[in-house]
Design a protein around this ligand. Structure first.
Ligand code: FCB
Length: 456
């Protein structure tokens, strides 16, 4: 008889998953690298954003972060010791072009990523490279940022340079991480860099980011023999707050911007008409071929899954007259995000049913809790371990439903700079002491490793 892993959860093993399944951890440049003045790196919008008091909860920044820029061999050792076979990271654009564009890329920046990629390959980790995980060169923001078409051209030049230099070794390419967050957290909610609060700008940013994704695909394919390209979207399963017609309609509108605004055009359907007609003059300006560019076929769809949302009708509130409400009595992480492994099953079933996408990779999933370091230095993060176990059980269910999911990347390898939350929110499987920069595997990391190494 199989014995339970912990309390009520059934035992499951890596061998329950296909042998070629990708198991990894995800990270991003600004959140872990530090070394912001090193080797010719230019300023990013996050450096600038963090410098303004009030933007980051603990008034911190990514100036040092995990000092991964210097400690990367140790971090890759850690990823390898977990038993992962893939590693997702991002390239900091300002390390390649300090001013965002130019005739000559910064060789030292390219060399850093080249060494990093070699380090992955040496350790049996398949590199999964994200081109844009939010650290836009500030010089481009000064010229209007993603709201300007010229930023698309700069992104394509940057894509060309990075894919030419690393494409012999990196075969998996993610153009953008979570375009929703780039557009709306950064340009409408003002909670992320560049800190703007215009709905119209956010929609234009969103459109330009999607166009840049589509136009980058043939460049990567040209430069990377056997390259696989996709984007990583943040998607959410949604439920109406009540079964009233008003809440059901509000949920549909919210879905229109949160999920369909990305899934529809990426799958050749253009923007959802029901939302477009609510936008009035906030609708983005488009050029003739844009929708065709956005719909360029990809090799996979990356999905970052964190939490479901419950939506109510809210006349006069926000651009779509909707409101996200707190579900009573649900389990939550320290961020307040609902813990819902079943939501992941619902979401993936829906995406596959409605869009029949290319193979799916779960490019992020993880949780934050208030970790306590015990006197003996151990971090007994039972809640994060349980979160991971329950989401992997949900993943097993997803595979049993025959949904085409091919990999899972835990967010994150390390505690890191969690954007507007600074260092308050820890998502790592590894604890980082930000005073000494010492790394220490948490209980959750030990469990992931035991699972991946078949030692459960
Ligand atoms: C995602 C981001 C990632 C991290 C996690 C917690 O939205 O892609 O960088 O902040 O949330």
């Amino acid at each position: 008889m199989r014995k339970p892993i912990t309390e009520d959860l059934p035992l499951f093993r890596r061998s329950d998953f296909p042998p070629d399944f990708r198991w990894g951890c995800s990270t991003s440049s600004y959140q872990i690298e530090g070394g912001i003045h090193e080797d010719g790196r230019g300023e990013s919008i996050w450096d600038r954003f963090c410098a303004t008091p009030g933007h980051i909860r603990d008034a911190s920044s990514g100036a040092v972060a995990c000092d991964h820029y210097h400690r990367w061999p140790q971090d890759l050792d850690l990823a390898q010791s977990l038993g992962t076979n893939a590693y997702r990271f991002s390239v900091a654009w300002p390390r390649i072009f300090a001013q965002g564009r130019g005739r000559k890329p910064n060789q030292k920046g390219l060399d850093f990523y080249s060494r990093l990629v070699d380090g992955m390959l040496d350790r049996g980790l398949e590199p999964w490279l994200t081109l844009y995980h939010w650290d836009l060169p500030q010089a481009l923001q000064d010229q209007g940022g993603w709201a300007e078409r010229s930023t698309i051209d700069a992104f394509l030049d940057y894509t060309d340079v990075v894919s030419r230099h690393l494409g012999d070794r990196v075969k998996h390419w993610i153009t953008h991480n979570e375009p929703w967050c780039t557009a709306f957290n950064g340009n409408f909610e003002g909670a992320h860099a560049p800190g703007l609060t215009s709905f119209k700008t956010a929609l234009q940013v969103c459109h330009n980011v999607l166009v840049s994704h589509g136009l980058a695909i043939p460049i990567i394919r040209r430069n990377v023999f056997g390259g696989q390209v996709g984007a990583a979207l943040s998607l959410h399963p949604l439920k109406p707050a009540t079964d009233s017609a008003a809440d059901v309609a509000a949920t549909r509108r919210h879905d229109g911007l949160r999920n369909r605004w990305f899934l529809d055009p990426l799958h050749g359907r253009g923007y959802p008409a029901d939302v477009w007609q609510l936008l009035g003059d906030n609708a983005p300006r488009m050029q003739a071929d844009d929708l065709a560019s956005i719909a360029t076929p990809t090799d996979f769809l990356g999905i970052n899954y964190y939490f479901p949302e419950i939506v109510a009708d809210a006349p006069g509130q926000g651009p779509l007259a909707t409101r996200v409400v707190e579900a009573p009595d649900v389990e939550r992480t320290a961020f307040g995000w609902e813990v819902s492994p079943e939501g992941m099953v619902t979401l993936l079933s829906r995406v596959v049913k409605d869009y029949q996408p290319a193979p799916i990779y779960l490019t992020e999933n993880g949780s934050t809790y208030d970790d306590v370091v015990a006197a003996d230095g151990s971090i007994n993060d039972v809640e994060r371990r349980r979160y991971l176990q329950r989401h992997l059980l949900a993943l097993r269910e997803i595979l049993a439903l025959d949904l085409p999911v091919k990999g899972y990347f835990a967010w994150s390898l390390l505690d890191n700079f969690e954007w507007a939350e600074g260092y308050i929110r820890r998502f790592g499987l590894t604890h980082v002491d930000f005073a000494t920069l010492e790394r220490r595997l948490k209980l959750s990391g030990q469990w992931y490793s035991a699972f991946l190494r078949g030692n459960l």
